[in-house]
Design a protein around this ligand. Structure first.
Ligand code: HEC
Ligand code: CU
Length: 338
């Protein structure tokens, strides 16, 4: 026993350290909106029903183990078989009935939750955000408000938001655990879900459908603010860039893939960079946004994000090579695009 414990001690300790906290930036038990709340309640009902079944079945099992164990721990050669019966119809019908009852109990919040999540709430008109999944980043468009951005979207607190999801390439899945979800992004199919944040904050999300090499680096942020800040954010994001971009932008062929509205850069393959300086993170939420981090991304995108299309179709295919000074100039310029 002691040897067994010492062998497993490090693993048990690691389990205890990681598994204890249920709170977290991507924790479904930390529900912060009505959709997430209903999904959490459904989980609890299912959990308690399952625990009750486990306790009853496990209890009976233990009882039988003890009660019908062989005397002295060994079966004597002439030990008689117990009475062999046909069964107990009352017990069998009872178990069927209890099973149906338990499924019924789980079905009530499940069906309610499915209908709740699939119906836009009455009252205030939801903000519409069109989400497009790409290997390995997210495009967010506000068709009614004239805003296009990437990897981070801002929403008003206390107001429903309808996310219309679609994919540009393979299957992805949209999930903001503390607000609810998830919804698959299926090629050739338009789906939607609505979510709402009850308090201001930074809600982390993640692609949850394996979509290739850098799937684990396909993250996002939903930033919930009060409605005045939301309106201001929309006004800021709608503005075009007025300054002339540095010459190195054309040498780097960045415009082939990126749009910087107000300049000649109108590419649609990569994220819109018009207000890249106002985002908190880079390359789909994998690093904090800073001038130095943008420089690093421009220097070695493939180390940050293996297989990403800026590296594969840009640096390799178009043969983009940047000098250190050019990277710095670009990073400075991009950071200034607030
Ligand atoms: C072949 C197309 C292509 C070219 C050329 C290209 N990029 Fe990109 N870029 C991408 C793609 C695709 C992404 C998204 C990568 C990811 O997150 O998986 C990206 C991401 C970025 C990001 C991070 C954006 C964000 O929202 O976090 C920056 C900054 C960037 N590129 C700047 C540049 C600059 C500057 C150049 C020119 C030197 C350039 N790119 C050239 C396709 C390209
Ligand atoms: Cu994905």
């Amino acid at each position: 026993m002691n040897r067994w414990i010492s062998k497993w001690q490090p693993m048990l300790a690691a389990l205890a350290l990681t598994g204890c906290g249920l709170k977290g930036v991507q924790s479904t038990v930390d529900a912060d909106g009505p959709v997430a709340e209903i999904q959490y309640q459904t989980f609890l009902v299912t959990l308690f029903v399952s625990l009750a079944i486990f306790a009853v079945v496990g209890g009976l099992f233990l009882y039988c183990l003890v009660k019908f164990r062989a005397p002295g721990g060994e079966v004597p050669p002439d030990y008689p078989l117990p009475d062999q019966g046909h069964g107990n119809p009352l017990l069998e019908i009872g178990v069927i009935f209890v099973s149906i009852l338990l499924v019924g109990i789980v079905a009530v919040p499940t069906v309610y939750g499915v209908l709740y999540g699939g119906t836009l709430p009455p009252g205030e008109k939801p903000v519409v955000i069109k989400v497009t999944g790409y290997q390995w980043w997210w495009k967010f468009e506000y068709p009614e408000l004239g805003v296009v951005t990437a990897n981070e979207c801002t929403i008003p607190v206390g107001r429903p938001v309808q996310f219309k999801v679609q994919t540009d390439d393979v299957l992805h899945s949209f999930w903001i655990p503390r607000l609810g979800g998830k919804m698959d992004l299926t090629p050739g199919q338009d789906d939607w879900l609505w979510l709402q944040a009850d308090k201001p904050g930074n809600y982390w999300g993640q692609c949850t459908e394996f979509c290739g090499e850098s799937h684990a680096f396909m993250r996002m942020r939903v930033i919930a603010t009060d409605s005045a800040s939301f309106d201001q954010w929309i006004l800021d994001q709608r503005k075009d860039v007025t300054e002339k971009p540095p010459a190195i932008l054309s040498k780097g062929q960045c415009a082939a893939c990126h749009a910087i509205r107000g300049t000649y850069a109108q590419g649609v393959i990569g994220p819109d960079l018009t207000h890249i300086g106002s985002r908190t993170t880079l390359a789909a939420g994998i690093h904090e946004n800073s001038e130095e981090n943008i420089r690093q991304w421009l220097d070695h995108p493939n180390e940050w994000k293996p297989g990403n299309h800026m590296y594969r179709d840009g640096y390799q295919l178009l043969n983009i090579k940047l000098e250190d000074a050019e990277e710095r100039e670009l990073a400075k310029y991009l950071t200034s695009l607030k």
